[in-house]
Design a protein around this ligand. Sequence first.
Ligand code: ASP
Length: 311
Amino acid sequence: MPEPKILIHGGAWDIPPGLHNDHLQGITTALEAGLRALRSGMNATGIVKTVISELENNPVFDAGYGSFLNEAGEVEMDAGIMSGTDLSVGAVAAIRNVAHPILVADHIRLNTQHCLLAGSGAAEYAFRNGFERVETIDLLTDREKKLYAHLKSRNHLRIKSFFELRKTGRDTVGAAVLDRDGNFAAGTSTGGTPLKMSGRVGDSPLPGAGYYADNRFGAVSVTGWGEGIMRVLLAKKVIDLISAGQSADHAAGNAIRDLHERVQGDAGLIAVDKNGRIGVAYNTPFMAFGLADSSGIIETGIDNKSLRIEF
Ligand code: ASP
């Protein structure tokens, strides 16, 4: 059986050089938490929740605290988690007023007959089940308030351009995990895109689009332009390529190429396959990512030059 792997990302976009260290530090801190969880015997979904919660706490990333504001000045978040053991899924879409959408998503996976709750129904479910209500202001950073004011003053905003060159922002977080029993899990959490319409839902809470896990093949988490990702079901595409015999590395690269060819999409993804091989691919200028294995070694990368992982 392959050794356990914890692979995470902190978004794919044109991350300004001044923010590279903050991203890599955030990735490292989350992987340290993941390693502690792995050593304590936690299973794959537990590790996914641990690392994503850590990233949701970190305002560097566009998930939980630090999320973008939508056009109405609200924080609406999407998240999803999937177990490769039984293909169970839990997800929330356009949820407000919670600090950890990924934990609400997993609660839905474990305790309801549904896969995805949206909007006020998702928030009410969370509060009924003991999740603390937080106000929008508690999820906001000064930087986000300034960005909102700046973007609001412009006449037209092309959301897709945020994933292209020289744009500001933060980004989505995700994890793909293989645990010590050979089980896979994947998850993704996001505040979405800046100034999105109220009620807009991206790829991140949709299984097959923003994440996928199946013990027979592997686990995948995706970030990038959601309106393109959901049209090609990017995460499931990677799994299908692995099932056809490709390694995680090849499947990741081919899926990103296909996304670009079919819908001119910009995105990044991480994948672990059933042989424990790793895939990282993105067609944005940068993507923050990192890998931890059971030996305790943590590797992080943000561009091809700093990529030190043996694929
Ligand atoms: N995929 C996310 C969305 O479209 C954003 C991101 O990954 O940066 O909501």
